[in-house]
Design a protein. Sequence first.
Lengths: 167, 560
Amino acid sequence: MKTTLSVLVENQPGVLSRIAGLFSRRGFNIDSLAVGTTENPDISRMTIVVEGDEYVVEQVKKQLNKLVDVIKVSKIIPEDSVTRELVLIKVDADSHMRSEIIQIAEIFRASIVDVSQKSLTIELTGDKDKIAAFEELLRPFGIKELVRTGVIAVNRGANTIKIEEEV
Amino acid sequence: MTGAELLLKTLDELGIDTIFGFPGGSALPIYDALYNYKRIRHIRTVHEQGAAHAADGYARATGKVGVVLSTSGPGATNLVTGIANAYMDSVPMLAFTGQVALDLLGKDSFQEVDITGVTLPITKHSFLIRDKKDIAKKVKEAFHIATTGRPGPVLVDLPKNIMAEQVNEDEIRRDMNGFIATYSLKQHLPENFKILLEKAATMIEKAERPVIYAGGGIINSDATAELLRLAEKINAPVTTTLMGISGFPTEHPLCLGMLGMHGTAYANMAVTECDLLLALGARFDDRVTGNVKKFAPNAKIIHVDIDMAELGKNIDIDLGIKGDVKQFLTEILEILSQKKNEQWIKTVANWKESYPLKYCSKGLKPQYVVEEICRQTQGEAIIVTEVGQHQMWAAQFYKFKEPRSFVSSGGLGTMGFGLPAAIGAKLGRPDKVVFNIAGDGSFEMNCHELITAARYNIPVITVIFNNRSLGMVRQWQELFFDERYSHVYLDGADVDYVKLAEACGVRGYEVTEKSDLPKIIKQAVEIQEPAVIDVRIDPKENVMPMVPAGKAINEMMGFD
């Protein structure tokens, strides 16, 4: 089972290694991890996709909360959130394959970001399923390279994940 | 004022008056500041590991934070075992390490080690101070983190130039004006604390066979008086973990002693048969639970702990309450009514009578040695231990009266902890007689700290339970490895511990006859000097009862 967690952390050196260390030490599996600063430059937001059952996810949340630099951990509910990932795919494309690939890219609203004699590089944004479907369609042409950013997620509606006022 | 002077002044303001440490190149500016700083006493141990354990022992015996200081590189790495030990047992500790100057950092400079990296999994938190303006703030944050919530060690890495440079006092004063360390520690109680409290009270009132299982959290949160009141109010027998020992008076009729692998038979029976287990500041360690699936099989379990992550980590619970044990006890005492549980109390009393801790009194038995120390000190000494058989005998046979009178390495099980920890405990509690109960194997690991005891004339009495072997390992080899005694006998180099003690400037005694023991213990207590008593105990003696690893705790051997 995959669960997406949104983690607000102090933007301090060493935070990433503390979190990565926690996962490896306790045997939790990270599916993906994306991190960047938030609207507040002192705070970073990590989106972590964890693989594991309810017990594991509960432990991950609690152990993350114990880290001094972690401000808040929230579980992202798939139905109530928007999740996106960006992927760059370099695919084999000589001149007679090129138009077919471009057609597929258009269907997915992907954009061609680089062209050479023998390859096309395509940028696609979407959720996991869309990216997987796109990858599947490109595979027969020969994928030379594939890079993905890891999932980021945000709640739908006016709900935000912010630092609570201290009780 | 230099950065180092500001560091000391900040520690002073935090009420710290004792530091254990060992100097070195990167720590020179700090040691230079200590030269004139008379309000802080510095105890130099022989080895940095000893300094860390001494700070740990000091913290456990006093409830204050233990402070250790070392230089960079090897000085810092020598602290690692001591820090891990404090981490496992939730001991508040500040570890200050010198570090190479900032411009040398990351260049594999002489005596450079990434100590915040090395200690990442064994500290509650750590700081590398990169700006001298942060010294006072970060030190106060570190203190706050080490002592708030579940206590633990915090490491502060101090680059040499940051400590040596002048700081602007006015600027610091302005910066620190009104500063309160509030590093986000998520300490607030759960919103439904009151509801949970009511639930717990209902479960307790419904229970017919309750048992209280108390851990080190009882001592850390200073809740021993409340624990006693609760036990008496609801008439529940109390068993403690190794860390909880001294948190409930051994001779109280409701005391079941320790549970688990080397717990009393009656504690393990009571836990197995109870219908409610109230776990207070304990963490269901594998040495306590044995086979977790068969632990307290008939009981509803209430778990109260300051650390949310412990709730439901090792065992399924029926009610988990995140909170300070003292607060929980204080509030629940107000809503609980008196309970009798007569039948249950009678059953437990029967077990206590039928299956007491016992030993054959022929020869010089280790259990007798503990009992004799207890008799002479009236259960009022601070008992520090090393790790192994002697540790278990001390836990089983000493009758503790006051909290913080048992100091032992629980989670990490660090051989060599006892002597330096005893030194720290004695410095923190000079009014107390301090014994270090040791095995010959553990004692040899850090016996060089006798030099520290002699140098500062710290009157700790080490009693070596000398069985010429690594007794606990030997016991396992006897019971589970077909008596294949692999590398456990310490003979060959027949160490004369009396001479070893004397060479360090410490009094040494040898006891080979049972009849000599009382007067030698008496003498060692009276002289008020560091001493070593080498007691030649029966080398075949095993710690019993015993729950073999992985078995249910009522599947004990050696108790009837």
